[in-house]
Design a protein around this ligand. Structure first.
Ligand code: HEM
Length: 232
């Protein structure tokens, strides 16, 4: 449901190529354009064409700038806070070092794998959890990732519902056939990576703070999301 979540997922997937350990490479650099379809996270090759018309209209703008701008518009269109947008990102070209597709997070990851990836982007645990508010948006599609369902009932709006759902983790049951956690009462689902956050003291603390206080979540979300969009 909805283009906004797809555009937010696209910006996150481009930004996550940033790696301090690999020599501060990646970040929003249009890196996804350099991956073959088979190394792109599932579904992203279908999302990129949505913004091709804007690239044709604004040939001097980088893909990275167009995708970052689309993400900040998607946030305000989803009843979210204003996210300050700055341009100036430069796309990588094929002759430059391309960050490894393996930097993309997996739904099978545990909390320490999640921390390893996001801390290698320079994000603190708190900043990482603040941007995870976005996991409450959109949905997982069986024909795309193999996971199925929404993590929250409010998938078109930016809320703290994802964190509230996680605090109700005891109402979720693991389905070994679907390899995900499901809550039949609220008709929501979580990937193992989502659920793993509750097995980690530091991540769990942030989840609980944001579940209890939406204002605090929005206050932390804006600078963390701007940081994500401006890495590299
Ligand atoms: C461990 C971290 C993460 C993993 C493993 C992960 C993986 C995934 C997967 C498998 C999907 C479902 C794709 C589909 O079936 O259509 C998805 C959707 C999504 N992701 Fe992530 N993600 C992570 C973190 C994030 C973060 C931090 C953001 C944003 C800042 C984000 C934004 C989104 C959005 C908005 C969607 C919904 C897309 C739609 O409705 O089509 N994700 N993610």
């Amino acid at each position: 449901g909805g283009l906004g979540p797809k555009l937010l997922r696209l910006a996150h997937a481009d930004a996550i190529s940033y790696s301090i350990r690999s020599g501060r490479t990646g970040g929003m650099r249009g890196t996804l354009k350099l991956y073959s379809n088979s190394s792109l996270p599932p579904g992203l090759s279908a999302i990129m064409p949505f913004l091709e018309d804007y690239k044709i209209l604004h040939p001097k703008a980088s893909y990275a700038d167009i995708w970052a701008y689309a993400a900040s518009v998607a946030i305000s269109e989803s009843r979210g806070p204003a996210v300050p947008y700055r341009c100036g990102r430069k796309d990588l070209n094929a002759t430059q070092f391309t960050p490894a597709p393996s930097l993309q997070p997996q739904g099978t990851w545990n909390a320490s794998q999640i921390r390893a990836r996001y801390s290698d982007m320079g994000l603190t645990d708190n900043e990482t959890m603040a941007i995870f508010a976005m996991r409450g948006m959109g949905r997982m599609h069986p024909d795309v990732s193999g996971y199925d369902g929404r993590t929250t009932p409010f998938s078109l709006f930016i809320t703290n519902a994802y964190f509230i759902q996680l605090t109700r983790m005891t109402t979720f049951v693991y389905s070994s056939s679907a390899k995900q956690w499901v809550n039949s009462a609220s008709k929501t689902a979580m990937m193992p990576s989502d659920m793993s956050l509750m097995n980690d003291t530091s991540f769990q603390g942030a989840v609980q703070r944001y579940a209890a206080n939406a204002t605090l979540m929005f206050t932390d979300f804006v600078p963390a999301f701007v940081k994500l969009l401006e890495l590299g």
